[in-house]
Design a protein around this ligand. Structure first.
Ligand code: NAP
Length: 336
């Protein structure tokens, strides 16, 4: 697939437009019949505030050949059925070669780099940020997809796969006994990260949510010892309350909110030498980098890479191991 705008050599994520004419596809590509999109939370909320979500998705995909939100720069992932497995995928060592025609799969690479054509949108589900549609998409040899598990409803597994990078990375970043802060602890990734931090042996986990309704699921999960009700954009108030609740500054802060301006709350709450994991797509590199400099805080700031080895399997394992977490996901994301 070539990009049709932008400098030569641009890779698909950075390309302004991808070729989504699937009449001719290459042998190192996998063709999917698309049934459902899972729009990432930051993008969905932005489009909801701007107006008609379906119309915006159709326009973006028509003009860009991919679901790449112009404002947030983020995408999501999709659920579909394998239509054709390129003959060169096996010799290239692509994990996609293990798939077979008609397998039901979720893509594990962003819609911002996935060539996509949408023929029609059937419905938009604002609660789950999912879009039932008909169309086609292509995954490249370097891409990944997970077969849908037999023991979970598809819409639930899709929701978990959307944020599959988060919990495995929190697991490896959490030191035994650590103080861990989770901004947006009641959301999809916030719940998974809280559970992962608890299982990794965190000493004290404090969550932040902006109101009681959003905090309810986190309270039910019980991974956070305390939940502070505050707006993550109110950095001083959040940091002061969270540090008090934890009995000291945090070793690790994880940002799982879906709105801008949460950078400074994490920076002010984290100790010198501590780590901040910005999983949120609403994170601004400049606000984080210059904000930390501005308060002379020596923290390691990690961009929320959506990939970690075996992230899909590890996230499903976490859901299976944590019965309350699984119940919450089923109640929130099951459609059928
Ligand atoms: P989600 O389920 O919508 O959760 C976000 C949570 O943050 C919600 O509980 C929300 O509360 C809360 N929140 C929003 N504004 C807040 C504020 N001002 N103060 C405190 N809490 C606030 O989202 P998600 O699916 O977990 O995704 C979280 C973020 O990760 C999004 O930015 C998403 O785009 C991003 N993401 C990143 C990757 C990656 O690879 N790095 C992959 C997928 C998604 P309410 O419900 O009250 O709004």
């Amino acid at each position: 697939m070539e990009s049709s705008r932008g400098p030569g050599g641009t890779l698909p994520q950075a390309a302004w437009r991808l070729n989504n004419d699937f009449d001719s596809i290459y042998d190192d590509e996998l063709l999917l019949e698309v049934e459902r999109l899972n729009i990432d939370s930051a993008s969905f909320v932005q489009m909801e505030q701007a107006g008609d979500v379906a119309a915006q998705i159709l326009e973006t995909v028509r003009t860009r050949g991919k679901q790449h939100n112009r404002v947030t720069g983020s995408g999501g992932m999709l659920l579909g059925r394998v239509a054709r497995v390129g003959t060169a995928l096996a010799e290239l060592g692509s994990p996609l070669a293990a798939l077979q025609k008609n397998d039901r799969v979720a893509s594990l690479v962003s819609l911002t780099l996935t060539p996509l054509r949408i023929d029609r949108i059937v419905s938009v589900d604002p609660k789950r940020h999912q879009v039932v549609c008909a169309g086609q998409a292509v995954l490249f040899a370097s891409g990944m997809a997970a077969k849908m598990p037999a023991d979970l409803p598809e819409s639930v597994a899709l929701a978990a796969f959307d944020v599959a990078g988060a919990a495995p990375q929190v697991t490896r970043m959490t030191q035994k006994g650590a103080r861990v802060l989770i901004l947006g602890c009641g959301g999809k990734s916030g719940l998974l990260c809280s559970a992962a931090a608890r299982r990794a042996g965190a000493g004290r986990i404090v969550g932040v949510e902006r109101d009681e309704a959003s905090a309810a699921a986190a309270r039910r999960l019980g991974a956070c010892g305390e939940i502070v009700l505050a707006d993550a954009a109110d950095a001083v108030a959040v940091a002061t309350a969270a540090i008090k609740a934890a009995g000291g500054e945090f070793d690790l802060a994880v940002s799982c909110v879906n709105v801008p301006d949460a950078e400074m709350a994490a920076i002010l709450a984290t100790r010198d030498g501590g780590t901040i994991y910005y999983f949120s797509m609403s994170t601004s590199f400049t606000k984080a980098a210059l904000g930390a400099e501005g308060v002379s805080r020596d923290v390691t700031m990690i961009v929320g890479n959506g990939y970690a080895p075996s992230h899909a399997e590890k996230t499903l394992e976490l859901l299976r191991a944590e019965s309350v977490l699984q119940e919450i996901f089923i109640e929130r994301f099951k459609t059928e």
